[in-house]
Design a protein around this ligand. Structure first.
Ligand code: AGP
Length: 597
C-alpha cells in the first residue's frame, strides 16, 4: 500500500519525513518522493528505494520546516519518476500525495483537460492536484474540500501550497491520522511513521479533513463544518502497528482476503467483464497456464475454470519444465504466466520462450511494473496489495479471481454470455470468506491437536485437488512438516499404505460434485485408524461420523469452492507453524521471490 508522511513545526522537515517513509517500507513500494515548502516548492521524486532516491536527489538536504512525502505502490501507471508522488498542478504551486483509487478518474481527467490542464503522469492521483488548482482562490482548505466533493473512490491525501503555511489532509476509505506534539503537527497513513515523535493521535474518519498549522489543527467535514475529535493515546509498539496488530504479516494477509478480493474485482465485474485484454485472444485455440509454486496451483484451478466456463482447451505446466521442453506453441495459443512477484526467473524465462514462438502472452501479476508484467503482451493485475509473508495467501486467492474473470471474458469474446449466477456469487465471496475467518479459533484448536505429527496427507477431488496441493505446500513451507497433496481417488494407488493413527488426513469434502466419492475415501482412511480433518459444507453434520475434526465453510458454486476451502488450510498451516515457534513470515531456506534458477 502507499505511504504518506507530513510535518509542520519548528524542526527541519526533511529528516522527519525520511525516517517516516523508512518506517512505512514494510508496506511495499516501488517509488518515493518528497516536497518541502520554503517560499517555494522543493520537490524530488523517483522510482526505486527510499535510500537510493535520497542519495540520488539529496532528499534529506532540502531545507524547510513543512513538507509531505510518499512511497508509492503502483496501481495505475507503471513505477516511474513521472508517476511517483508528489504530483503538482500546472502552476507548480500545489503539491499532493495520495493513497487510494479515484474511480471517476477518466471523467475528471477529460473535464480538466478540456479546461486546459496538462497531465504529466499516467496516474489517477495527479488529477487531484489539477482539480485543487481549478478551485483554488487563496484558500487551500476550501479548494481541497470543493475538489473532494467531485471525487468518487478512495483517498487519503496530503496537500500543500507554496504560499500557505499549512498542510491540508483528508480521507475517504484510505487511513490517515494526525499526530500532535506541542506546536508540531504530523500526518501519516499509519501511526508507525510518526510514533517515534508522538503517541498522541487524531484519527480522521471518512469524508473528514484536517488543516494542520504550526500549533493548531482544525478538523472539518466536507460540508465545511468543524468536527470535534478527541486525541487518542497509541498503546501499540512499532512492530505491532506495522502488522496491524496481527502477530505476523501472513496472518494479517490471510485476514485481508475479503478486502484484497474486492480490490481484484473492483471495476471489472459489471454487465460485462472489463479486462485490458485485446480481442486477439478470441481466436486462440488453446490456453496454456504457466507458473511456479502456489501460482502453479492457481494455474491448475484455472484449467478447470477456463475449460468449464469458456470451453477452451487448457493445459498447465511448471514454468521450469515449459522453458526447457522446446514447447510446441504458436500464434494460436494464449500462454498465461501467473506470478505474484512478477520476477520469478523460471516464469520469466518461460515467457520469453513463448514469445519467441509467436504465442500470445498474458501475465496475471500482483506487482505492478514487474518484469513479467512488462514483458507480457497483455496483463491482469491482481491488485492484492503488497504480500510480505513469504508464504503466499491473499495473492493466491486474487489469482483465482483473476482466472475466473479471464474465463468469463474469454467466453464472451468467443460469443458467449456472462453467467449471471456466477457473477453474483463471485461478488458474494468476500463476505463468505469473512464467515470462514470466524472459524479461526476452531482451526487453532485443531492445529494444537495435530501440530506434533511428522506427516500429513491432503486429499481433494476435481477443482479442489489443487487446493489439497496448496494446503500441503502451506504446511510444508512454514512448519517444515512433510505434507503431500493428492487426488482423493488416487489414494488407493499407493498413499493408502501410509495411513495409520499417526497420519492426519485433510479432506476437502464440500457437498456437491464428487461428495459421495470423497465420503467413501474417508471410510477407507477411517478403517485404517487415520485421523481426519474435514473441510465440509455448512450444515453437513453427518460427516462428523467419519471426521475427527470438521471445519464448516459456506456453500458456494463448485467453481468458486477453492476460494473458500483454502482459507482454513492457510489458517491451519499458520497456527501449526506458530505453535512450533518458527519464523512464519520468513521460513528457513525460502525467498519471497525466486529470481534465480
Ligand atoms: C508460495 O507460498 C511460495 N512462496 C512459492 O511457491 C511461490 O508461489 C513461487 O515461488 C512463485 O512465486 P511467484 O508467484 O511470485 O512467481
Amino acid at each position: 500500500m502507499c505511504g504518506i508522511v507530513g510535518y509542520i513545526g519548528k524542526r527541519e522537515a526533511a529528516p522527519i519525513l525520511l525516517s517516516g517513509l523508512k518506517r512505512l517500507e514494510y508496506r511495499g513500494y516501488d517509488s518515493a518522493g518528497m516536497v518541502i515548502v520554503n517560499g517555494s516548492l522543493q520537490l524530488m521524486k523517483d522510482k526505486g528505494r527510499i535510500e537510493d532516491v535520497d542519495s540520488a536527489h539529496g532528499l534529506r538536504d532540502m531545507k524547510g520546516k513543512m513538507g509531505i512525502a510518499h512511497t508509492r505502490w503502483a496501481t495505475h501507471g507503471e513505477p516511474s519518476t513521472e508517476n511517483a508522488h508528489p504530483h503538482v498542478d500546472c502552476t507548480g504551486d500545489i503539491a499532493i500525495v495520495h493513497n487510494g483509487i479515484i474511480e471517476n478518474y477518466n471523467t475528471l481527467k477529460e473535464l480538466l483537460e478540456s479546461e486546459g490542464h496538462e497531465m504529466k503522469s499516467g496516474t489517477d492521483s495527479e488529477i487531484l492536484a489539477h482539480l485543487i488548482e481549478k478551485f483554488y482562490c487563496d484558500d487551500l482548505a476550501a479548494a481541497v474540500r470543493k475538489s473532494l466533493l467531485q471525487v468518487q473512490g478512495t483517498y487519503g491525501i496530503a496537500v500543500v501550497h507554496r504560499k500557505e503555511s499549512k498542510i491540508v489532509v483528508a480521507r475517504n476509505g484510505s487511513p490517515l491520522i494526525v499526530g500532535v506534539k506541542g506546536d508540531e503537527m504530523f500526518t501519516a497513513s499509519d501511526a508507525s511513521a510518526i510514533l517515534e515523535h508522538t503517541k498522541k493521535m487524531i484519527y480522521l474518519d471518512d469524508k473528514e479533513m484536517g488543516i494542520l498549522e504550526k500549533g493548531k489543527v482544525t478538523i472539518k467535514n466536507l460540508r465545511d463544518e468543524k468536527v470535534n475529535k478527541c486525541h487518542e493515546e497509541i498503546g501499540w509498539d512499532l512492530e505491532q502497528i506495522e502488522k496491524g496488530g496481527y502477530k505476523h504479516f501472513m496472518l494479517k494477509e490471510i485476514f485481508e482476503q475479503p478486502d484484497s478480493l474486492k480490490n481484484t474485482m473492483r471495476g471489472r465485474l459489471g454487465k460485462n467483464v472489463k479486462l485490458s485484454i485485446n480481442g486477439s485472444v478470441e481466436n486462440c485455440r488453446r490456453v496454456i497456464l504457466v507458473a511456479c509454486g502456489t501460482s502453479w496451483h492457481s494455474a491448475l484451478i484455472g484449467r478447470y475454470l477456463i475449460e468449464g466456463i469458456a470451453k477452451v482447451p487448457t493445459e498447465v505446466d511448471y514454468a521450469s519444465e515449459f522453458r526447457y521442453r522446446d514447447p510446441l506453441v504458436s500464434k494460436d495459443d494464449l500462454v498465461v504466466f501467473i506470478s505474484q512477484s512478477g520476477e520469478t526467473a523460471d516464469t520469466l524465462a518461460a515467457l520469453k520462450e513463448a514469445k519467441k514462438r509467436g504465442a500470445k502472452t498474458l501475465g496475471i501479476v500482483n506487482v505492478v511494473g514487474s518484469t513479467i508484467a512488462r514483458e507480457a503482451e497483455m496483463g491482469i493485475y491482481t491488485h492484492a496489495g503488497p504480500e510480505i509473508g513469504v508464504a503466499s495467501t491473499k495473492a493466491f486467492t486474487s489469482q483465482l479471481v483473476a482466472l475466473v474473470l479471464l474465463a468469463m471474458d474469454l467466453k464472451v469474446k468467443k460469443g458467449g454470455k456472462i453467467d449471471e449466477k456466477l457473477a453474483r456469487e463471485l461478488n458474494r465471496i468476500p463476505e463468505k470468506i469473512d464467515a470462514v475467518l470466524e472459524e479461526e479459533r476452531k482451526v487453532k484448536a485443531i492445529a494444537r491437536k495435530v501440530a506434533g505429527h511428522p506427516n500429513f496427507l491432503y486429499l481433494g477431488r476435481g477443482i479442489n485437488y489443487p487446493v489439497a496441493l496448496e494446503g500441503a505446500l502451506k504446511l510444508k513451507e512454514i512448519s517444515y512438516i512433510h505434507a503431500e497433496g493428492y487426488p482423493a481417488a488416487e489414494m488407493k494407488h499407493g498413499p493408502i499404505a501410509l495411513i495409520d493413527e499417526n497420519m492426519p488426513v485433510v479432506f476437502i469434502a464440500n457437498r456437491g460434485r464428487g461428495y459421495e466419492k470423497i465420503i467413501s475415501n474417508m471410510e477407507e482412511v477411517k478403517a485404517r485408524q487415520g485421523k481426519i480433518i474435514a473441510i465440509a459444507t455448512e450444515g453437513d453434520e453427518e460427516i462428523k461420523r467419519l471426521a475427527d475434526w470438521v471445519i464448516h465453510v459456506p456453500r458456494t458454486i463448485d467453481d468458486l469452492t477453492p476460494l473458500i476451502n483454502v482459507i482454513p488450510l492457510q489458517l491451519l498451516a499458520y497456527y501449526v507453524a506458530d505453535m512450533k515457534c518458527y519464523d512464519v513470515d520468513k521460513p528457513r531456506n525460502l525467498a519471497k521471490s525466486v529470481t534465480v534458477e
